[in-house]
Structures are given as structure tokens and as C-alpha cells.
Design a protein around this ligand. Structure first.
Ligand code: ZN
Length: 201
């Protein structure tokens, strides 16, 4: 049986008490030929594997300004985020990122390139952000967004950002933009890195 406490942060529990196939109570144990604890059903034999979830989003830019959305949902209600969310079954990372941007900001965009791929092992997640050009100032934020607006790079609300993956993605964008403007970088690269629980915000 799970000893984890429930948390609103996760969209679904990472351990389960009852079998999703036959509703029998589960045992938490290492299966034969495995090396990790799993939720096992001794009645029907189902093994309830859990794997990392993907968060997909957009870094939308209009005339050098970044589009941020003020979250109308937990976690981190009221803080500013890049439009992003959990990837759905049956879609690609790019399709998911475009969908999340449409849902949260309503901005019309033209995606340019994959920008950050961030491992967040303590949250069992991988975050993908695509760089996109915003095609016009019109916004139509959805129910998960209190407000959407553009921020000049000098005005990013650093103390009110939602997540470290948002912060580091914006930091990379500002650093790369400076290098592109100075001629030391020719295009925005892909940044792949990990954020650890012990890293400072
Ligand atoms: Zn079962």
C-alpha cells in the first residue's frame, strides 16, 4: 500500500492502492527481474508502471517581448508562467505545446524551434519549450489564465514566476538574444539540462 501523501501538484497519484484492472488491493514490491518498487496486483498479475510525465509549452515572443500568463489555477496560483501544460495522450510534444498556448493565451503563433528540454527528476517530469514568434498582439486567454500580457526583457517579473523551468528558459532566451545581437551566436540553440531539488530558484 502507498505511503505517499496526496498532493494537488500532481495530476494523478504516483502510487495506487487498488488495481485498475480488477480492483483488488495492491502490494508495493519489486517484481521478479525488476529493480524498482511497483504497485503489483497479486490477483490478476497487473504491474502498475509509472513513468515521467511531459510538460510542453511555448516561449512566445512579439517584437522582443515575452508573452506570460498569470495562472488562474494551482499550483502557483497568481504567478506568471509561459503557456504550458501536461502533454495529452496521442499528441506530439509540438502539438501539445501549440494546444497549451492556444488554451492559455490565445495568441496566434508561428513556432520556430525547440528551445529547452529540462529534466525535473524530483517531480518525475520532463519539460519541453518551443520558441515561437507571435503573429499579432491579440490575446484570448482561457479559463486557466487570469491575465496574459507581453513583458519587455527588462521587465520580466522574476520574483513572481511560476516554475524554475520557466525562469531558466527565459534566462536562456535573454542570454542567447544578447549573444545573437552581438554577433557571437547565429541562432537560438537547444538547451538540455536538469533542475535538481537542491538548486536555488
Ligand atoms: Zn488486478
Amino acid at each position: 500500500m502507498s505511503t505517499d501523501t496526496a498532493s494537488f501538484y500532481f495530476p494523478a497519484p504516483r502510487t495506487q492502492r487498488y488495481c485498475s484492472q480488477c480492483a483488488h488491493a495492491l502490494e508495493r514490491a519489486i517484481p521478479p527481474d525488476d529493480n524498482r518498487l511497483r504497485d503489483l496486483c497479486n490477483n490478476c498479475g497487473a504491474v502498475h508502471y509509472q513513468n515521467p510525465r511531459n510538460v510542453v509549452g511555448i516561449l512566445p515572443v512579439l517584437n522582443g517581448q515575452i508573452l506570460l500568463c498569470k495562472r488562474a489555477i494551482e499550483p502557483r496560483y497568481g504567478t506568471w508562467t509561459l503557456p504550458a501544460g501536461f502533454m495529452e495522450l496521442g499528441e506530439t510534444t509540438l502539438q501539445g505545446a501549440i494546444r497549451e498556448n492556444l488554451e492559455e493565451s490565445g495568441a496566434r503563433i508561428e513556432v520556430q524551434s525547440l528551445f529547452t528540454v529540462i529534466d525535473v527528476p524530483h517531480a518525475n517530469q520532463v519539460h519541453f519549450y518551443y520558441l515561437a514568434k507571435v503573429l499579432g498582439p491579440e490575446l484570448d486567454p482561457g479559463v486557466e489564465t487570469i491575465q496574459a500580457r507581453f513583458f519587455a526583457l527588462a521587465d520580466i517579473p522574476w520574483d513572481e514566476l511560476s516554475f524554475r523551468t520557466v525562469r531558466t528558459t527565459i534566462e536562456h532566451y535573454i542570454s542567447d538574444t544578447r549573444q545573437i545581437d552581438s554577433g557571437s551566436l547565429s541562432a537560438y540553440p537547444v538547451h538540455n539540462y536538469a533542475i535538481k531539488l537542491t538548486d536555488s530558484a
